[in-house]
Design a protein around this ligand. Structure first.
Ligand SMILES: Nc1ncnc2c1ncn2[C@@H]1O[C@H](COP(=O)(O)OP(=O)(O)O)[C@@H](O)[C@H]1O
Ligand SMILES: [Mg+2]
Length: 349
């Protein structure tokens, strides 16, 4: 498959049918800029918001432009469909930089498996599990890892056993966090500090998907660890997100940039090492490979760590936490990319 004397052809797949389309474009631009051109030939592949694959020329132009969000989107709207089977013939390894549904959830990973194509990141199962906050939590609990107590609600139980569901949620104690089970970017998430707001919060989360997680709110610092590897994964030094809002919501993440990313996180050395160990446990419990960012809560009162969630395709912009943490751990951005490609090929073998 891979001739020794040619550069590896890396398909950089970005955009996609999710709310995180724009950040994906920005991430892909950084990755394209940092992949070593002596070693790799980059084949750009853009997916628009409707799921259409742009032709590679258009995709390359989207990456080459440096305009704002709107430009990026308009640049490849309405393009023709590209048969994704082209991947099989033209590339050696796929590097999906897609967030959320149809990118981070195992669907495109399934396509790569069908094509027998090496790809960066987790396999379909681990991707699907990590995309689903309820499934993730069940597996963590089964493995003895701590995650905030929760109640699962779906459209059916909410309409049929409304009072019972409400009571079980309120038993968790206020404040509560109400989230769509399978989404990212804080979309559809509410913090509920008053029991009268619970119903609306659940309705709002249900409007984004069939299943909802209602979780005990933890008064905590938000600690993130980057994990890298297949059989023998490594954990980075931890970082910390300090939200600029009441919690780390959509505006904070993408619009007004009021949050602070502290890398490394100002932690005691025993706290940092506990965070790294937990992150590695979480990674292997959920069957991750390649990479993932494990997000933890460090509860202020108790000093306990709780696992919040796992992102199998974390942000990859030049200022994103995942590459920043590896940089601090001794792996500069372009070497991190080399390692991710190497891990993809290793796993495929
Ligand atoms: N149980 C919780 N306790 C405290 N804050 C929470 C809790 N759950 C979520 N949050 C806040 O909401 C943000 C987004 O929630 P998260 O579960 O990470 O969803 P997403 O996948 O959208 O990032 C978190 O970064 C945190 O600020
Ligand atoms: Mg999160």
């Amino acid at each position: 498959m891979v001739a020794s004397n040619h550069r590896l052809r890396v398909a950089l797949i970005f955009g996609g049918r999710s709310g995180e389309h724009d950040v994906s474009v920005v991430s892909a631009r950084s990755v394209a800029g940092a992949l070593d051109r002596q070693r790799y030939e980059v084949v750009s592949m853009a997916i628009d918001r409707d799921g259409r694959w742009a032709d590679p020329g258009t995709a390359a132009r989207v990456l080459a432009e440096s305009g704002d969000r709107t430009d990026q989107v308009l640049a490849f709207e309405g393009r023709s469909k590209l048969d994704p089977r082209i991947l099989e013939e033209t590339v050696d390894v796929a590097f999906p930089i897609l967030h959320g549904p149809f990118g981070e959830d195992g669907t495109i990973q399934g396509l790569f498996e069908m094509l027998d194509l090496p790809y960066v990141g987790c396999d379909p199962t681990a991707s699907a599990v990590c995309m689903d906050k309820a499934l993730t939590k069940r597996l963590l609990v089964e493995a003895g890892l701590k995650t905030p107590a929760w109640v699962e609600v779906n459209r059916r139980s909410w309409s049929d056993t409304h009072d019972d569901v409400r009571a079980r949620c309120l038993d968790l104690g206020l404040p509560l966090f109400v989230k769509p089970a399978r989404l990212g970017s804080s979309v559809g998430i509410s913090r509920v500090a008053d029991s009268t707001a619970l119903g609306d919060a659940i309705e709002e989360a249900l409007s984004h998907g069939e299943n909802v997680v209602v979780e005990r709110g933890v008064d905590a610092r938000e600690i993130e660890v980057a994990v890298l590897g297949n059989q023998l994964p490594r954990a980075s030094v931890p970082g910390e997100v300090v939200p600029g809002h009441e919690f780390y919501d959509y505006e904070d993440k993408y619009l007004d940039n009021t949050c602070d990313l502290l890398a490394p996180a100002p932690l005691e050395s025993d706290e940092a090492s506990a965070a790294r160990h937990i992150a590695l446990d979480v990674y292997s419990t959920l069957g991750c490979a390649g990479m993932a960012r494990v997000d933890l809560f460090l509860e202020r009162n108790s000093g306990d760590f709780w696992v919040n969630e796992v992102n199998t395709i974390p942000g990859f912009t030049s200022i994103s936490m995942y590459p920043k943490l590896w940089q601090l751990t001794g792996l500069p951005y372009s070497e991190l990319l080399d390692e991710l490609v190497r891990l993809a090929l290793e796993r495929h073998r």
